[in-house]
Each structure stands twice: as C-alpha cells, then as structure tokens.
Design a protein around this ligand. Structure first.
Ligand code: BG6
Length: 610
C-alpha cells in the first residue's frame, strides 16, 4: 500500500533524479504523499508533502536534490491522515537517522508511548516513524548500525518492510518482515524497493528477498543477512526479464487502456504457460485434496467466482470461495490436512491473503496453491506451489488483464480436471482448450474493437448516472460483480453487482423511469435473463445488455449503444469476453468524468494492510 525506494550510488550529484525516476514507478502503490531524504556530506536533506510524485516534485524540486544516497517513499495513508507531517521518510529523534516503511506496525500505540516515555521525540501520527526511532534507540545501546537494525525488529510487531540510514554512514539498510521488498545491483549503484518496476529503470540484475532477511546496500554491492542471527546469506542476483518499458504507457493515454489492449496477447501467454509441464503438479495438488477453497480479494475474488462455475460445470468440483478477510470466520473450522486453498492474488502481497496463508501454514490446514502475477512476491515464495498469471506488470490500480488472466486459468484447469476425472469427454475438454488457445486471442481483439466505440458512446449517456445495478446469471455472476467494481473504483458511482434472479427479491424497488440496469448474458441463459430484463422494463427502467447479439434481447434495448455486443462464441468463452465491454465502459466514463482511471482516489494497487 506504500512504496519505498532506497539507492546508494557513487555519483554524488544524481540521487534526487534517480530516486524520483525509480520511485515514480511505484505510484500505483500509493499517491497520498511523497518524500525524499537525500544525504550529502553527512547532511540529510528531507523534503516531503501531500500529492503525487509529479506534484510534490514540482513543489519541492525533488529531482534536484544532491547526494550519493537516499530514500524515497510514496504513501497510501493508513495510520495517520495524508498530511505533510505524516508523509515519509521520517527522521529519528534528530536529523541523523532517516528512513521509511511500507506495511503496518500493529503495536504502534503502545510502542509510541514507550518511546515517548524514554525521551524520544515523535513528530507524526504515522507508524513508519517508529521504525526509524527503533533503530535510533538500539544505536544508543550498540553504537553499531547493523546490530541496531537487526535488534529493532524485536520491538516492532506487524507486517512491514523498511529502509533506514544514518547521515554519517554510506550504507542504507533494509528489512523484509511481511511486506514486499526487492533489490538490484547496477554499475556503481544499488537499489532496494517495494516492487520490481522501480528497480528496472536502474538495473534488471535483481535480488529477491524472503521475510526475516535484511540488506546492507553500498554503491557496489547488496549483502543479504538473516535477521534472526545476523548470518550472511549467499544470494546471487538474477536477471529479470520483465520489460522495463512494460511499466510505461506505450502510447496509450492511461495504463488501464494499455492493459485492456494487452489482453489478446495475454490469452496466448497464459494458455501457453498452462500447456507447459508444470500443469501436472497443479492438477495433482487439486486432485489429491478432498476439500477445495478459492480465496481472493477485489477483482481477483470476482474472477474466483467465475472460476467456481467452471470447476462445477467442467469438473463437477465444488470450490468454496471466500473473500480473504472472510475465509477464517467462514471456513476456518472446515479445513484439514487434506484441504487445498487456492490463493488468488495478482500482487502476491495482499495482506488479507497472506493472513490466510499464514493461518494455513501455521495450523497445517493442508496445501496452498498461489495464482499470482508478481514473481518474487511473498505468496510466490511461501505457497506450496504457484501458477504464474503471465500477464506482465499491471500498473493501473483497477485490475483488468490480471482478472482476465485468472478467468482463463480457472477455465483451463477445470477442463483438464474434468477430462481426467471423467466428468466431461476428453474431446470436449480438448475442444474447449483449443478454443482458449486458438480462438480466444482473436475473439478478445474483436471484442475490444467492436465494443470500444459502443462503450465510449454509452459512457457519454451515463455521465449523470450516480446509481445503477450490474446483473449477471450463471457464468456471468462474477463478471457482473467485476463490472460493478470497475464502475465503483474509477467512476466513483454506486454500482451494485448481483445475481439477476435475486434482483426481484428487494432491489427491484429502486427502479423508476430510466433507472439503468446492466444485464450480462451468455447464449445459454438469456432465456432466463429475459425474465429479469422484463421485470425492469415493465417499470420503465433502462436495460443495457452485454453479450452476444440475440434477436430475443434486441427489443429490450432503447438504442444501439445500450447493447454492448460481443462476438459470437459459446457459453464457456462468453464470460471471458463479457467483462471487456465493462472494462471499457468504466474506463471511458471515468475519463469523461475527469478522473484518472489509473490512480483513483483513496485506493491502492496492493493493500499490504489489514
Ligand atoms: C485492491 C486493488 O487493492 O486489491 C484491486 O485495488 C485488486 O485492483 C485487489 O483486485 C486484490 O489485489 P491482489 O493483488 O490480491 O489481486
């Protein structure tokens, strides 16, 4: 939910420019406030304020800051309002220690009290400040920075990562304790960061870290140590093949539109990855389990809902699905050593999901299978196995291509499982997987091309809509919830996603003349959905349809742009395509409303807090 970047370099004039250039790639992790601490000749220059990197850089000229080392932090507010004093980085008691964190310090209140009682001057309401004071505290006892950082961890409870330095020491130190952290080694400079995109502008020579490890950065190398006993660990940098420019917009006005348009290629990459040898490992994990859970948050949860329909239909396999924070109270007591929990998280860092992971590992509640996009994430390292979503970095806060990738993964796994357990004929399984591999990329491109202009025109007619429903049935249950989430996330409208047969049991009362209700259909269930459309039409509501063109549905839409028509395919492909017009509708409506869809207010791409 925040992004930290620390750099040590031989070049003593460029630290400001380097930190701004690298840390700005973390904007999707938080943009409530930004700060840079730059060190030159033993003096720390600390500049920070509310706003995005561009805004604060313009205000405080961050890029001009001189020095050969420094730390930058982009904040998504949790403890403490988004104010200048709560912005990071922070000093310790004086301007000798400087540092910044990402994550949550759960014992913030009591530890702050303890520090104040022992004479520490705490300036902010932000928990990150305590990380710097903890190091300051142990330095008074040990006089040694490495030991002070190592010992500081014992005072801090929660899930976090932080970087810290002393004005009079060349090194920057960093610790990973439950939040993401990755490092890089360039020529004459090293970097530590919350996420890979901010390392890549400097180097693709990457060091992945695990929880309980700490780093010491000098201009020439990054040393890794185990926090518990201070033992140095051998960690050879790996070449990352993630394209640094993938984090650029590639000519699109927003990352979101770029990432929607990447989906046709992603279909090929995702299926290609599933065609690989590791599929056996994943299928066996599922087959060996007696109980199966799908656990996720946000858009990943909506994709998981679609997944439950595929597992039912193609494999006859019941998947209990739950929102991350809901899982333990809802299903915690039903798990046993024969359970398999499929943890779906594109970032691999969502705290609600890592909490479930820790619960399962702590009490031996069976195995875990991660479905994740970020290689090097905590979920990747700690799950028993993981399926890479193979869709490249998703920078825009609202998920699009990662949701699409997850839908394909569930469809593919379900077909394979159904073939092996005899629930469907091998010919049906093979035919469907061939359609995913050979037809879906082109169908996705056609859907984008065909519904883009329709969605743009429809958006224009919805500029004053503040409240609406988005309804799905069968396979499009999760699609409707995802479409509603997109509109909520980036249009700031209230759009409720729900099951269309449920709408008459109460919510129908909202419908008055022209009240908009979006219906998402597949060819298999439009005969049923037409009843639900009629219930709205009979009360003069405005019905908008998403799905293949069907003559029976045409009389229910009042104009061409109220029918977001996807190309002809079949009931199993429909749900993967039906989300695309909704992605585009929310995108164009957001832009028409003057909102930046990539950075919607109050949100963050990765929530590493409870
Ligand atoms: C939210 C993001 O914070 O986390 C959503 O804004 C995302 O876009 C959700 O779907 C879950 O994230 P992840 O990384 O666990 O899939």
């Amino acid at each position: 939910m925040c992004g930290i970047t620390g750099i040590v370099t031989r070049d003593s004039d460029s630290i400001g420019e380097l930190l701004v250039r690298c840390s700005s790639k973390l904007t999707y992790r938080g943009y409530d406030s930004v700060g840079v601490a730059a060190v030159r000749n033993g003096k720390v220059d600390l500049r920070k304020d509310v706003g995005t990197v561009e805004e604060v850089n313009k205000l405080l000229r961050l890029s001009t800051m001189k020095g050969d080392r420094g730390i930058a932090q982009l904040r998504w507010a949790t403890y403490g309002a988004p104010t200048k004093v709560n912005a990071q980085p922070h000093f310790g008691c004086d301007d000798v220690f400087y540092g910044a964190h990402n994550g949550n310090i759960h014992n913030y209140v009591e530890y702050k009290k303890e520090l104040i009682e022992t004479g520490h001057i705490i300036r902010s309401e932000n928990d990150g400040e305590l990380c710097v004071h903890a190091v300051d505290k142990y330095y008074e006892e040990t006089g040694d920075m490495f030991e002070s950082v190592r010992l500081s961890i014992q005072d801090l409870k929660g899930a976090f990562a932080y970087a810290v330095g002393r004005a009079d020491e060349q090194e920057i130190y960093a610790v990973k304790m439950g939040s993401s952290l990755v490092a890089g080694v360039a020529e004459g400079a090293t970097i530590v960061s919350s996420d890979l995109p901010s390392v890549l502008p400097l180097t693709n020579n990457v060091i992945y870290l695990a929880d309980g490890e700490m780093l010491v950065l000098t201009p020439d190398d990054v040393k890794v140590y185990r926090i518990e006993d201070g033992k140095q660990l051998e960690r050879v940098p790996q070449i990352s093949n993630v394209d640094a420019h993938a984090a650029e917009k590639g000519g699109y006005p927003h990352f979101m539109l770029k990432e929607i348009n990447e989906q046709p290629h992603i279909a090929q990459d995702v299926v290609g990855n599933l065609d690989g040898p590791r599929i056996e490992e994943w299928l066996k994990l599922i087959e060996d389990a007696s109980k199966h859970y799908l656990v996720a948050c946000g858009s990943s949860y909506n994709a998981s809902i679609v997944g439950t329909y595929y597992f039912n239909r193609l494999a006859g396999l019941p998947m209990l699905h739950a929102i991350g924070g809901q899982f333990q109270p809802q299903y915690g007591m039903t798990m046993d050593e024969d359970s398999l929990s499929i943890l779906v998280s594109q970032s691999g860092e969502t705290k609600d999901i890592l909490n479930v992971l820790n619960l399962i590992k702590g009490d031996n509640y069976g195995k875990t299978l991660g479905v994740l996009n970020v290689i090097g994430s905590t979920l990747m390292f700690q799950a028993d196995s993981y399926i890479p979503m193979a869709c490249g970095y998703e920078v825009s806060v609202p998920a699009t291509k990662t949701y699409y990738s997850q839908s394909i993964i569930f469809a593919y796994l379900a077909a394979k499982l159904g073939e092996r357990n005899g629930h469907i004929d091998p010919s049906e399984a093979k035919s469907f997987i061939n359609r995913l591999r050979n037809d879906l990329p082109a169908l996705t491109q056609t859907t984008i091309d065909r519904t883009g202009i329709l969605a743009k025109n429809l958006a224009r007619t919805m500029i004053d809509v503040k409240d609406l429903y988005c309804l799905g049935y069968g396979f499009t249950d999760g699609v409707a919830k995802e479409g509603a989430l997109k509109i909520k996330e980036i249009c700031y409208n209230h759009c409720e996603g729900m099951y269309s047969s449920e709408f008459k049991h109460g919510p129908l009362s909202i419908v008055t003349k022209n009240y908009p209700v979006i219906f998402i259909t597949t060819t298999e269930d439009s005969w049923m959905v037409i009843n639900h459309i009629n219930e709205v039409k009979a009360r003069h509501g405005r019905t908008i349809v998403v799905g293949e063109f069907e003559e029976t549905l045409e009389p229910y839409v009042d104009s061409k742009h109220d029918y977001l028509e996807v190309p002809t395919s079949d009931v199993l492909i429909n749900p993967i395509l039906d989300v695309i017009p909704l992605q585009l509708l929310s995108y164009y409506l957001s832009v028409d409303l003057g909102i930046n869809p990539d950075l919607p207010r109050n949100l963050s791409k990765t929530l590493t807090v409870d």
